[in-house]
Design a protein around this ligand. Sequence first.
Ligand SMILES: [Zn+2]
Length: 171
Amino acid sequence: MSGDRVLRLDPFKAADQRRCLELSVPLSSFKRLQSVLLESEGEVSCKFVFSKGERNEIWIQFEYRARLTLRCERCLGKVAQLLEDTVRLRLVDSAVELARDDEESIEVGERGLYLPDVIEDELLLALPLIPKHGQYGQCDPESVRWLKTTDGSSTDEQAENPFAILRKLKY
Ligand SMILES: [Zn+2]
């Protein structure tokens, strides 16, 4: 990871300088994201481009790419999810917050803009609501069967129940 100097900057100055910076941040450094990750290895690669618009407003173009390991909601197994996008964020209300089209905002603190916060916010927004394997066949068949039986939705439970044999022997 790059030093703190690069992770936190003054967005106004960066826009004046039309600054462009690329960085990689380890997934393990995102605390809020940890709750949905099955593995915290890996990193997010991103690029920030700061610029000023016609009315002197500040724009931040943010490009990211990350491969996350999430839990499949169908089989509870690991599912790899590639998240990548380019979003344009506008700094609004001089130094107070960043806004994007859907009105999500992030605070720019007194100490400047902390880039990992921007990255984590965007990753959280981009997460699938219900992560799962693309195709049913990619799910772990054992787990799906097991989950179905514990659901009570399986009809052949009786036949698979090993105690059914004992019951037969008894009589
Ligand atoms: Zn699955």
